[in-house]
Write a protein that binds this ligand. Sequence first.
Ligand SMILES: *Cc1c(COP(=O)(O)O)cnc(C)c1O
Length: 369
Amino acid sequence: MNQAGRPRTVLMNPGPVMTDARVHDALTVPDMCHREPEFADLMQRVADKLVRAAGGDENHAAVVITGSGTAAIEGALGSVVPARGSLLVIENGTYGDRLTTIARALGISTTPLELGLGTPVSLEAVARALGGGRHTHVALVHHETSTGMLNPVSDVARLAHRAGAQVIVDAVSSFGAEPLSVHECDWVVGSSNKCLEGKPGLSFVVARRDSLAEIGRRPARSFYLDLGRHHAAQSEVGAPAFTPAIPAYHALDVALDLLLEESVAGRHERYGELARVLREGLGELGLELVLPPEHRSVCLTLLKLPGGLTYARLHDAVKALGYVIYAAQTTLQAGHFRLSTMGQMKRTDVEGFLDALREVLPPDDGGQT
Ligand SMILES: *Cc1c(COP(=O)(O)O)cnc(C)c1O
């Protein structure tokens, strides 16, 4: 049963994830005004916990934006890269490509380093692209949700810093479960409803306070997604610039308590164990995983569709048994699908899914092993 007393649906899509009952219950707190001290306290608590989750200290701050992960990504790119700046985007999947699309829509001078979907980041190629200090900023995705690949953010950041460039990291699908420190990279972007296990509606950027103050002194590319404006309102005035998603804030406050109690390392281990059980079972069923083990995150598994089965048929068959799986994107769409191991998933959920899969797979594809 789920929180509403309905039969439980196991969500294997990479967010919004299944949440703890305490996070869910936080949505039903009394109505509140966002310009009263109660909300200022909540806003401050959430920001402080986000900084801690990002491995930051008193020199860092979190800026929360009401909107999905893409809102904070667009806010970060548009606010951080100055008018005369030059952005290098490392692309090896759909979300990397999207960073370039967003930056170009904002009129930012952007150079994509197109490595190819699912191709591991070559540090030599990054170093070459950074050569001569051509770029003021580098953007990359930490966990490329299109493939499940974990990118070497710390190594890229080291090269970028050596070349005098700052790093903007899309950690939307890794924040909270794949270790990443804001000390290593300059701008970390996340959202409330993936590995943080909160409810959808909020996204955020964690960065140094002095860097946030600095961007606040520059002309903005956007009104609503101006990080400097949000930072000044949230950190200095103590009231949000615009009406926030208050219920999602309450849920995130509780979700962050649960994360800090579990620790990022602990959550990494928990998701890792779910992924291990899932991947072992998928292998026994004869399904083929796309990435080699050393590049896989603990959050998501990309695999090939078994022969003779379309995604739609597989999706509908396992959904009827209580499991929501997720389609692949762009060029992978026809022959692949994705399974997330994020959120309040239990080992029994993974085992139940493997049983469901065994039931629906055509006999030639492992049903008889
Ligand atoms: C989910 C995701 C996003 C976009 O998040 P939305 O909440 O859908 O806007 C961006 N980047 C990555 C890596 C993601 O996984």
